[in-house]
Design a protein around this ligand. Structure first.
Ligand SMILES: NC(=O)c1ccc[n+]([C@@H]2O[C@H](COP(=O)([O-])OP(=O)(O)OC[C@H]3O[C@@H](n4cnc5c(N)ncnc54)[C@H](O)[C@@H]3O)[C@@H](O)[C@H]2O)c1
Length: 289
C-alpha cells in the first residue's frame, strides 16, 4: 500500500513512520526541503529508539526507513496513492486549497484523511465539491508512534464506507480507533478533555486546592500520566483559550474561558514557552517548586 502524508511536521513525520513500520510504502510531502530533512532525521532517531528498546531489530528499522521517501512535489506524492493523510498547518483555507490540488492527482479510489485537531471536516471537505464524500477525519495524537488512539470523524458528507476504510487504516497501523459519528467541534477527545481542564482551572481560581494538588489528584486518582494543568502549560495556555473559545461558540457557556485564563494570556503567562503559566519555570524549563 502507498501512503502519502502531506505536511511533514511533528504529526506528519510520525504518521509516515507508522505507515512504514506497518509495512507500507510512504511518501512524505512538504513545501520545503528543510522540513523534509527535519522529518527524515526525526524518523531515523525515532526508529533508533525502537531498536534500542528492543521493539524492532536493526534490520526491521532499516527496512522501514528504506520504504520512506520524501518529496516537494505534491503530484509525485499522491499519484498512485492508496491513502492520503494530510497533516498540514491548522488553517482552513490552506487545507482546502491543498485538498483541491490533491484530487487532481490522486487516484479516484484513494482514501483521503485529514489529521485536523479541531477544524470542521465538513468545512474542509466543502472545497471538494462533488467529491466531499471522500474526505474523513483521521485524528492521530502526539506523538503518533507512541499514542494508542486514532479518532475517526465523519463529516456531514463523508461516505460511510470511507469511515470504515479510515477505521481499518487506523487499525492497520496498530491503533485503537474510535468514531465520532457527527462532525462536531472538539470531536470526542478535545471536547471531553477541555471541560475537565476548565474545571481544574476553576478549582484553582476558587482556591479549592493548589495546582500541584489538583494535578496530583487527577494523576493518581485517575491514572493520568500528567495533570491537566501541567499539560496545559506544555501545550500553551493561549492555545487552550483559543480552543475553548471555539468550543464555547459551538457548545455554549460551559466552555467559556474564565477571566483568570484571559488574564494569563494578556500577561503572557502562556506556560513553559514563556517561563510561567499555572507553574513557574526556570531557564532550563524545569518547574520551580
Ligand atoms: N501537534 C499536535 O499535538 C497535533 C495533534 C493532533 C493533530 N494535530 C494536527 O495535525 C496537523 C499538523 O500539525 P503539526 O503539529 O504536525 O504541525 P507542524 O507545524 O509541525 O507541521 C506542519 C507542516 O506542514 C508544512 N506545510 C506548510 N504549508 C503546507 C502546505 N501548503 N502543504 C503541505 N504542507 C505544508 C509545514 O512546512 C510543516 O512542516 C494540524 O492540523 C494539527 O492541528 C496536531
Amino acid at each position: 500500500m502507498k501512503v502519502a502524508v502531506l505536511g511533514s511536521g511533528i504529526m506528519g513525520n510520525g504518521i509516515a513512520q507508522l505507515a512504514v513500520m506497518a509495512g507500507d510504502t510512504a511518501v512524505a510531502y512538504d513545501v520545503g526541503d528543510e522540513a523534509l530533512q527535519r522529518a527524515s532525521a526525526a524518523v531515523e532517531k525515532s526508529l533508533a529508539r525502537f531498536v534500542k528498546s528492543g521493539k524492532k531489530t536493526q534490520e526491521e528499522a532499516d527496512e522501514a526507513f528504506a520504504r520512506l521517501s520524501f518529496t516537494t512535489s505534491l503530484a509525485d506524492a499522491v499519484t498512485g496513492a492508496d491513502v492520503v493523510i494530510e497533516a498540514a498547518p491548522e488553517i482552513l483555507d490552506l487545507k482546502q486549497d491543498l485538498w483541491k490540488q490533491v484530487v487532481g492527482h490522486a487516484p479516484a479510489e484513494a482514501l483521503l484523511g485529514t489529521n485536523t485537531s479541531q477544524l470542521s471536516i465538513t468545512s474542509i471537505a466543502a472545497a471538494l465539491g462533488d467529491e466531499a464524500s471522500r474526505l474523513v477525519g483521521i485524528h492521530f495524537f502526539n506523538p503518533p508512534v507512541m499514542m494508542r488512539l486514532v479518532e475517526v470523524i465523519a463529516g456531514l458528507e463523508t461516505a460511510p464506507e470511507n469511515v470504515e476504510r479510515a477505521k481499518a487504516f487506523g487499525e492497520h497501523v496498530g491503533k485503537t480507533v474510535v468514531v465520532c459519528q457527527k462532525d462536531s467541534p472538539g470531536f470526542i477527545t478535545s471536547r471531553a478533555y477541555a471541560i475537565l481542564r476548565l474545571e481544574c482551572v476553576k478549582m484553582l481560581e476558587e482556591g479549592i486546592a493548589t495546582a500541584e494538588d489538583i494535578d496530583t489528584a487527577l494523576k493518581l486518582g485517575f491514572n493520568f500520566p500528567m495533570g491537566p494543568l501541567e499539560l496545559g502549560d506544555m501545550n500553551g495556555v493561549d492555545t487552550y483559550v483559543h480552543a475553548i473559545s471555539g468550543l464555547e461558540k459551538a457548545h455554549g457557556d460551559r466552555f467559556r474561558p474564565t477571566v483568570g485564563l484571559r488574564n494569563m494570556v494578556a500577561a503572557n503567562r502562556l506556560g513553559r514557552k514563556t517561563g510561567a503559566g499555572f507553574y513557574d519555570y526556570d531557564a532550563d524549563g524545569q518547574k520551580v517548586v
